[in-house]
Design a protein around this ligand. Structure first.
Ligand code: PAF
Length: 282
């Protein structure tokens, strides 16, 4: 496993390993790797002869300076972790080198896809995601790239980006990984103490309750009211949104039987922003 710090090092390594003529996988990350990332890297390694994992805390997708500055940075540990999961190289450029100057992101308007839910609560977030992922795809030039289902709206945004600008690239979606208590794995969980972890479990429990209610024929709108009430009345949780959406368009969906209807949630626990999602039909 090699750690590549610059575009020049990446391209030299790719030349030496005949990257262009092989089946190649790419897993973009912001580091602080956990089991959720490992499952994405393993998925890429099952399908590809060579796998590159990028580690870059992308400044343009953070709408709060504190959130960007406090994001965990653990590159040496991440390199070992990625290697154990099956990566052949970790690519960790500086933002300035990747962007070719001061990082900036033009605004992207793909309707609710970029402006609702995550887009509404984190203004400019998807501008930054599209900018960095577009640059990474163009720089790494993989055959396929793997993204985690936990960031469900990001998956829909990246699929549209790939369709429009990287039509030969296959986007593979890795399933959401949970801990033994149902909490969706996230690099941000490391910032919760024991009490915060217990409170955060309420998010996935609420999604499960909604799934169960709808699976038994319950009304989606009623399940939503009950879900919002459960989260609004849980001490320690500040709810941003809980809704049922269509996973392609990110428009609200009110039919449990609708193909692709998912419950999505974002909430703050101990000042940490957490997201989760679950399909309504299981
Ligand atoms: O999901 C993430 O970690 C980031 O949004 C990504 C895709 C690596 C872009 O910075």
């Amino acid at each position: 496993m090699v750690l590549l710090h610059s575009l020049e090092e990446l391209h030299a390594w790719q030349r030496d390993n005949a990257w262009a003529s092989r089946q190649t996988g790419f897993v973009p990350t912001m580091g602080a790797l956990h089991e959720g990332h490992a499952s994405l890297i393993r998925l890429a390694a099952e399908r590809c002869e060579l796998v590159v994992v990028s580690v870059l805390v992308n400044p343009t997708q953070f709408n709060e300076k504190d959130d960007f500055e406090s994001y965990p940075r653990t590159l040496d540990r991440d390199a070992v972790f990625a290697s154990n999961a099956g990566a052949h190289a970790v690519f960790a450029p500086s933002a300035e080198e990747l962007y070719g100057g001061v990082p900036s992101a033009p605004s992207v308007d793909w309707g609710p896809l970029t402006h609702a839910y995550e887009g509404a609560h984190r203004p400019g977030h998807f501008d930054g995601v599209v900018a960095v992922v577009d640059l990474l795809f163009a720089t790494v030039r993989p055959s396929l790239s793997v993204f985690g289902e936990k960031d469900l709206q990001q998956v829909a945004v990246v699929k549209r980006l790939a369709r429009e600008r990287h039509p030969n690239l296959e986007i593979v979606v890795g399933g959401l990984v949970r801990d033994d208590h149902g909490l969706a794995l996230s690099s941000r969980n490391a910032r919760l103490d024991q009490e915060g972890l217990v409170t955060a479990r309420r998010l996935s429990r609420t999604l499960r309750d909604m799934q169960d209610a709808c699976a038994k024929g319950g009304d989606v709108a009623e399940a939503l009211i009950a879900g919002r009430e459960a989260l609004d009345t849980t001490p320690g949780i500040t709810l941003e949104y809980l809704d049922v959406v269509d996973t392609q368009s990110f428009e609200p969906s009110r039919g449990a039987q609708d193909q692709g209807a998912h419950v999505v949630v974002a909430a703050h626990v101990q000042g940490v922003r957490l997201i989760d999602n679950a399909p309504l039909r299981t």
